[in-house]
Design a binder for this molecule. Structure first.
Ligand code: HPA
Length: 272
């Protein structure tokens, strides 16, 4: 088997559960960003535990359900809960949400995450659309390539669709949301960054740091799916600060500002 032993059966069983539903847009929700689910019309919820072969999410703030429905009259599939490398999943499993949505036929995948700001101009509650990434998480394409899915050596130039970033900028200005833009540094976690690492990530051009998203982006681009991703800045990392972030703080700021990000996603979907 080309993809990890668990990915192919999990996708097959999820497809069976989704019963021929053909979404146009796939959405992955990060820590504390579940509020977008309130924008879904006629939702059908499929808990991950009801999908044979599907891994479980083990992180507080990640629900573990797939939701099928409509936003702004477009058919969507939402993955409320993702799989992180730090949970012990192989890299190919961390890309499962993107693989599943691509198998369902979406042409656009929108991802959200909670991230720590490393750009000193950022403040908690900011939304940063991702224009590029630097990934320290192992690449989900490592292993034999399935040529039916995509090329052995896919390009990641323009991984974050300029077209969708323009749609986001237009939606944000319509909604009066200040939208930052920057480079996302993906790390394995689960420990937060040392002061030296924060300095390093700033030096190499990072604006925010988080523990997810890039494996899903890489798999989506491997399959030719257009990608948009945005980070909710839940905390700001300053070298030599007396105290680092906590998961509780990340969830709290995530919950307080998630509506802004949900409105942005919903408005973007309406204009696709
Ligand atoms: N570092 C890494 N991941 C994160 C952070 C952070 O400061 N905040 C939210 N996710």
């Amino acid at each position: 088997m080309v993809l990890s032993d668990c990915v192919v059966p999990a996708i097959a069983s999820a497809l069976k559960k989704s019963d021929g539903f053909e979404p146009a847009v796939g959405i992955v929700l990060g820590s504390g960003l579940g509020k977008l689910t309130t924008h879904i019309e006629s939702p059908v919820e499929i808990p991950y535990e009801s999908i044979p072969g599907f891994p479980r999410t083990t992180v507080a703030g990640h629900k573990g359900r797939m939701i099928l429905g409509r936003i702004a009259d477009k058919k969507v599939v939402v993955m409320d809960g993702r799989f992180h490398y730090y949970e012990g999943h192989p890299a190919s499993v961390t890309a499962l949400p993107a693989r599943l949505m691509a198998a369902m036929g979406v042409s656009v995948i929108m991802l959200s995450n909670a991230a720590g700001g490393i750009n000193p101009d950022f403040t908690p509650g900011d939304i940063m659309m991702i224009k590029d990434h630097i990934s320290f998480i192992p690449n989900p394409l490592i292993g034999p390539n399935d040529d039916t899915l995509g090329p052995r050596f896919p390009s990641l130039t323009d991984a974050y669709s300029p077209r969708l970033r323009a749609v986001a900028a237009a939606s944000a200005s319509k909604l009066g949301i200040a939208l930052k833009e920057g480079v996302y540094v993906a790390v394995t976690g689960p420990s937060y960054e040392t002061s030296a690492e924060v300095r390093f990530y700033r030096t190499i051009g990072g604006d925010a740091v988080g523990m997810s998203t890039t494996p899903e982006v890489i798999a989506a681009r491997h399959q030719g799916v257009e990608v948009f991703a945005a980070s909710l800045i839940t905390n700001v990392n300053t070298p030599d600060a007396p105290k680092g972030p906590s998961h509780e703080e990340v969830l709290e700021v995530g919950n307080a500002s998630a509506e802004k990000l949900s409105l942005l996603f919903a408005n973007m979907i309406a204009s696709l």
